[in-house]
Design a protein around this ligand. Sequence first.
Ligand SMILES: Nc1ncnc2c1ncn2[C@@H]1O[C@H](COP(=O)(O)OP(=O)(O)OP(=O)(O)O)[C@@H](O)[C@H]1O
Ligand SMILES: [Mg+2]
Length: 192
Amino acid sequence: MGQALTALKLDLAALEHELCRGDLCRTDGELKQRIATMSATIESVFQMSMKICTELRPAVLDHLGLVAAIEWATRDFEARTGIFCNLDLPEGNAPMESRRATAMFRIFQEILTNIIRHAAATEVSIRLACAEAALLLEVSDNGMGLGKNLSAAEAGLGVIGMRERALAVGGLVKFSETIGGGTTVVVQIPNR
Ligand SMILES: Nc1ncnc2c1ncn2[C@@H]1O[C@H](COP(=O)(O)OP(=O)(O)OP(=O)(O)O)[C@@H](O)[C@H]1O
Ligand SMILES: [Mg+2]
């Protein structure tokens, strides 16, 4: 959907360009206004589709559970980015409430997105532990680290979203420097 909408937006911009070259826009202000409205509509559909995608529960989580979903997302991340991932997962699927599993999975996705966007890392270590009392996720990258951005990491919308998701199920998210450089994110969610 995102690709189709982007193509539509580009085509519309090209169309506007052509029309204005032919002086049509100057003589027909209404036409120009319509194009602007169409462009705004495309943008809002784009935002809506992003929101829907984020809110949807990923099917893999429903069918296979959190452990398998984390494994799948990690392998997908590795294949897309070429960043090597060490993965340490518990055996089998510990029972957990779906709200908690979804929160953990969404937070994990945002952590990986941030690594792609900001870390310039070559290696990532992921550890998931599912004890009876709590789920614990630790993701360490060997990238540039938060440095003085540690406070910026408190302010970004992505991080605020992670904290809100964790908080909604009684959990928390912590950021720190990886020993030897890079960023470590720890997510703790009680499992009851
Ligand atoms: N793994 C990381 N390595 C280095 N810097 C990071 C990492 N994760 C987050 N950051 C820093 O923390 C900031 C806040 O992250 P956050 O996810 O809140 O915002 P964002 O990714 O910039 O934007 P968005 O709201 O779209 O997620 C980032 O801008 C970046 O500077
Ligand atoms: Mg982000």
